[in-house]
Design a protein around this ligand. Structure first.
Ligand code: SF4
Length: 332
């Protein structure tokens, strides 16, 4: 792998939540991955698998020092984001790395117009910019995300816009300072299917234009197949499988990935019935020992209950964490 090409490298990230003096919950365990220049890495898994905690850790948005305790390294341009100063972090947030959340209204300030909020972002990273230039940059951003009647939107308050429009505004905000990395946490989950398709299309187009790398978090296989170049599947705070999107979808190795794909309706196939994964994701307080998937896995063996499996490298780009994957490989 060409190191020059890597924009973000996460090494052995673990995130513990200290609930009280006696209870520590492990939200993310020993997670390593990287994001390359200009690619979209999809992070896939059901709710509660650690996807959002992973993303929030990158920008240190978790309540550190009181509840959340991340360890490991998150390297962005040779800087460890987990240990850098808040001043350095403030420089990076919104400029080099931006984030879009599922609910745009939680990120938009209801008391200010869209124009004011966009101009404020420009000013935070360029305090000496002239007001007219900040306005122009804000208008350009609105036009880029194809919002009709940009003048009206500029003067509007967030609550007057539809969910789809609000999310377009969030994309405009996130891309305003041309970030190197955009983290999207279920950005289209709250939208209608047709609006979702428009927003995904817009994001793909903007990515092509700007070369921004994207981490795209979702539980939706259809969405990830539209967006991702590579995919990382998570379960129980751990990585299960990682590889090129088309290969993971056509030749999934981990039983959890197989279950997710089998339970997703595919328009091109005429499967008589969908497969379901028995049970549900355990809560952090009930996370089983060993492979966290073992109490839902039909192939679970005794060893699965004792120890989390080591990584099986299928080839440099495709890896999985399952005792069976190693067997399949050695059996040829
Ligand atoms: Fe199933 Fe064991 Fe593989 Fe986990 S390690 S997915 S329990 S076979």
């Amino acid at each position: 792998m060409d190191n020059q090409n890597v924009i973000l490298r996460v090494e052995d990230l673990s995130v513990d939540f200290r609930v009280n003096r006696k209870t520590t919950l492990h939200a993310v365990r020993d997670l390593s991955f990287e994001v390359r220049q200009g690619e979209t890495l999809g992070i896939l898994g059901e709710s509660g698998c650690g996807k959002s905690v992973t993303c929030m850790s990158i920008l240190r948005l978790l309540p550190e020092k009181t509840t959340a305790f991340p360890t490991g390294r998150i390297l962005f341009q040779d800087k460890n984001l987990l240990t850098c100063s808040y001043r350095e972090l403030k420089e990076i947030r919104g400029k080099d790395i931006s984030m879009i959340f599922q609910e745009p209204m939680t990120s938009l300030n209801p008391l200010f117009t869209i124009g004011d909020q966009l101009m404020e972002i420009v000013r935070v990273h360029d305090p000496h910019i002239h007001k007219a230039d900040a306005r122009e940059a804000a208008m350009n951003a609105i036009e880029k995300v194809r919002i009709p009647n940009p003048e009206r939107i500029f003067a509007s308050y967030p609550f007057t816009l539809s969910g789809g429009m609000q999310q377009r505004v969030m994309i405009a905000m996130a891309l305003l300072n041309k970030p190197k990395l955009l983290i999207c946490d279920e950005p289209t989950t709250a939208l209608d299917v047709t609006i979702q398709a428009q927003v995904l299309d817009l994001m793909n187009r903007l990515k092509e234009e700007s070369g921004t790398s994207i981490i795209f978090v979702t539980h939706d296989l259809g969405v990830i197949s539209e967006m991702a170049d590579r995919v990382m599947v998570m379960y129980g705070g751990r990585k299960c499988e990682e590889g090129p999107m088309t290969e993971v979808f056509s030749q999934p190795l981990h039983p959890y990935t197989k279950g997710l794909i089998g339970s997703h309706p595919n328009q091109e196939e005429t499967r008589s019935r969908l497969v379901t994964i028995p049970g549900s994701v355990p809560s952090l307080a009930d996370m089983p020992k060993g492979c966290p998937f073992h109490n839902r896995c039909e192939a679970a063996m005794e060893c699965c209950k004792q120890e989390f499996p080591k990584e099986t490298v299928i080839h440099a780009e495709h890896k999985a964490f399952c005792y069976l994957c190693g067997e399949e490989e050695s059996n040829g």
